[in-house]
Structure formats: C-alpha cells, structure tokens
Design a protein around this ligand. Sequence first.
Ligand SMILES: Cc1cc2nc3c(=O)[nH]c(=O)nc-3n(C[C@H](O)[C@H](O)[C@H](O)COP(=O)(O)OP(=O)(O)OC[C@H]3O[C@@H](n4cnc5c(N)ncnc54)[C@H](O)[C@@H]3O)c2cc1C
Length: 416
Amino acid sequence: MRYSIFSLLRQALTGHQGWAPAWRDAAPKPAYEVIIVGGGGHGLSTAHYLAKVHGITDVAVLEKGFIGLGNAGRNTTIIRSNYLLPGNNPFYELSMKLWEGLEQDLNYNTMVSQRGVLNLYHSDAQRDSYVRRGNAMRMHGVDAELLDARDVRRMLPFLDFGNARFPIQGGLLQPRGGTARHDAVVWGYARAASGRGVDIVQNCEVTGFLWEGGRVAGVRTSRGDIRARKIGMAVAGNTSTVAHMAGLRLPIESHVLQAFVSEAIKPLVPCVVTYGAGHFYVSQSDKGGLVFGGNIDGYNSYAQRGNLPTVEDVCESGMALMPAIGRVRVLRSWGGIMDMSMDGSPIIDRTPVAGLYLNGGWCYGGFKATPASGYCFAHLLARDEPHEVARALRLDRFAAGRLLDEKGQGPQPNLH
Ligand SMILES: Cc1cc2nc3c(=O)[nH]c(=O)nc-3n(C[C@H](O)[C@H](O)[C@H](O)COP(=O)(O)OP(=O)(O)OC[C@H]3O[C@@H](n4cnc5c(N)ncnc54)[C@H](O)[C@@H]3O)c2cc1C
C-alpha cells in the first residue's frame, strides 16, 4: 500500500479500516541467499538496499527481540556529515544525501529535519581546529559555516556566553545537519524491505553458526537452524559477542551511552547544539522535550542502562552551557550499548571467516550513518568488494596501522 494524500483520504472516508500492516512479521524459512543478523536501522537498511539496488530479495533479517528496540530506537536522533578525515567525510556525506531523499525513497515520513548542527568553540585553539574541519568539509562539497559569538548569540541567546571558564567564542555550523525520527527510520526501512520480499523475523536470536568446509553456511537460532550463502552481522553493541560465536576477536569494546528527555516546553532550541568544553549536546524534539546526552559511561558493559555519576556529569555540562536547563524536569532517561572501536570509526568489511561479513564499530554515532551503512554493506554483500566511499572502513586497517582516528584520541574506545 502506497502512502499518499489519496490513500489517507480514502481511509478517512472508510473509517480507517483498510490500513495494512506496515511490514510482514515473517516466520523463518530453512534457507536464504543472505541473512542479516540484527534488526536495527543498519540491518534493515542493508536489506532495503540489497533488494532495491542489487535485486537480491531472498534475504532474512533476524532480530532477537523486536526491531528497533536496540540503539536504533534509543539514540538522540542527530544526523550530520561534519567530518574532517578523507576516509570518513565522503561516507557520511553519502549518508546525508540519502537522508535528504529518504522519505521519497521509502514513501514514509521519517521526519528528517535539517535544522542545523552547531558545534561551539570556547578557545582560539578550538576555533582553529574548527576552521580546519570546516575547510575540509567544504573541500569535499559539504556545507560548513564558521560563526562568531555574535552570530551564535542571535541564534541561541539563552546560552551562558559570559561563562568565566569557558566563554562561547563561536561555532561551526552545518546547516544541512539536524535530526530524524529514529523509530520512523526503522519502520520505514522495514516496510520498504518487506514490500520487496525481505523476511523480517523477530524474536529470533542467533546463538551460533553452522559450518561447512571451513566457511559459515548458516546460523543456529532460537527458532531453529537457517542456512545462507552469506551472513552479515549488524548487531551494534553485541558485535563482539556475535563475532565471538564465529571465533573472531574484534577491536571493539561495548560501553553504555545514556540519553535524557525533559518535559515538553515551548520551542526554545532551534538546532542541535554541542558544547565544546565538555561532552554535552541538546536539541528539542517536535513534541517539545529537550533531548540531550553526553559522555559514555567509561567502563565496559552490555547493560542497557547507565550509572548516576554520568547523569551528574551530563547535567553539570548542561548547566554550564545553558543554565536555564536547570528549571526543566527530566522525564525519561535510558541507555544503549555502544560498539566502540579502537579508532572511533566503523568497520564495513568481510571477515577472515568465509561467508561472514561485518558491519559494526559505530560507537555513539551510527544513527546518522544508517542510510550509507546499509547502502555500502549491501554493496559489499552483493559484490564482495567495498563500496568506494567505505574503502577506508576496512577491518585490516587496525593491523596495517591505517587508523581512522577522527578525534586523534589513540586506541582508547572510551574516549572516542
Ligand atoms: C543514548 C544513545 C544516543 C545516541 N545518539 C546518537 C545520535 O544522536 N546520532 C547518531 O548518529 N548516533 C547516535 N547513537 C548511536 C546509534 O544509535 C547507533 O550507532 C546505531 O543505532 C547502531 O546501529 P543499529 O541501529 O543497527 O543498532 P541496533 O538498533 O542496536 O541494532 C542491532 C540489533 O541487533 C540485535 N541483536 C543483537 N544480538 C543479536 C543476536 N544474537 N541475534 C539477533 N539479533 C541480535 C539487537 O537486538 C538490535 O536490535 C546513540 C546511541 C545511544 C545508545
């Protein structure tokens, strides 16, 4: 069923009795050409592009719970392509371009809102590094504008410009950055993939691999064994555990990242703002809640909830940037499991195990990558070679020393 003003009118006139479910909740078949493990944004977008771009529809997405209940439905919805390094920049810009056409592509309202992403700077050195990043972005055809304190004050007069320790000197703005409704992204991709024949199988946990002649030939699941020629992992925070089932040890650690939503207030924050003197970012949802977050909890964990010291740290940064935030009440907070790689950049590649492919290491920035990640992973699964914008995201970069360390933090996953 195509969504349009006409289908809406037809349903309105017939009591909304005729809406079909958005996607099929399929039962697993004994075998597929491709299995994707993980029904988050990345797994579902991979299935969509496999079917749409490469015509491969004999595909199953296996999800241990319900689709979108992992990080895809837990993130703070920021999308942007304001990257410095040539290995990252074209990849995230492809993602941004796919976001810009996503609603038409999926025929689904994913509420993509290009309200701008503003990174604040508080010192001359920080300004210089943002100038460098902005120039790199513009050289790659990405939009970037350097703002001074007066420009920022016009946009966001409620920030604490006179902060004695960290006065706001300006910011780097990507006007095309913004937010998208994360659940809708999951549902939109699921609907589009399912519409092309992909099986979305929920409550189907992968518990091991089937082997044949030294290569993987399928998966063991809580709903029985399923065979496949190719298997793609897109399990985000569970990457190391699923890879471990195939005997792989990856340069990835899992950490918790928390997010917070306040009670709804009148429109206040017009764009996404990130604090440059601590880890804090905030935007305002269309319902009015302030959506904010900060640092990951700095220890390894597979728990989907975090600790109070990090809550305190995030709130302190929020107060330093925007003292008025102290007057709003936090409605909800939650955590998700982040697959933190050793250089802070993701991996889209074959693994040393024949037939097994890897999509992971998204750290806390994988939501914005959802379209390009699926696009490039589908390319890899279909053609057995990396997509040109994902060439730098290969697994062997860790052994070869070609790290893609956007922040220059070194091999410290908790700092990326
Ligand atoms: C609090 C928070 C805020 C964030 N904010 C942002 C942001 O603003 N912008 C941004 O770009 N990124 C953000 N991220 C990161 C982003 O959400 C993730 O990088 C991205 O969602 C990961 O890809 P995914 O959507 O496929 O993951 P997930 O949705 O986690 O999908 C993985 C799926 O695999 C399933 N799975 C795991 N193991 C198995 C198994 N054995 N068998 C079957 N299925 C399995 C899981 O149940 C899960 O549904 C944030 C993350 C969090 C937690």
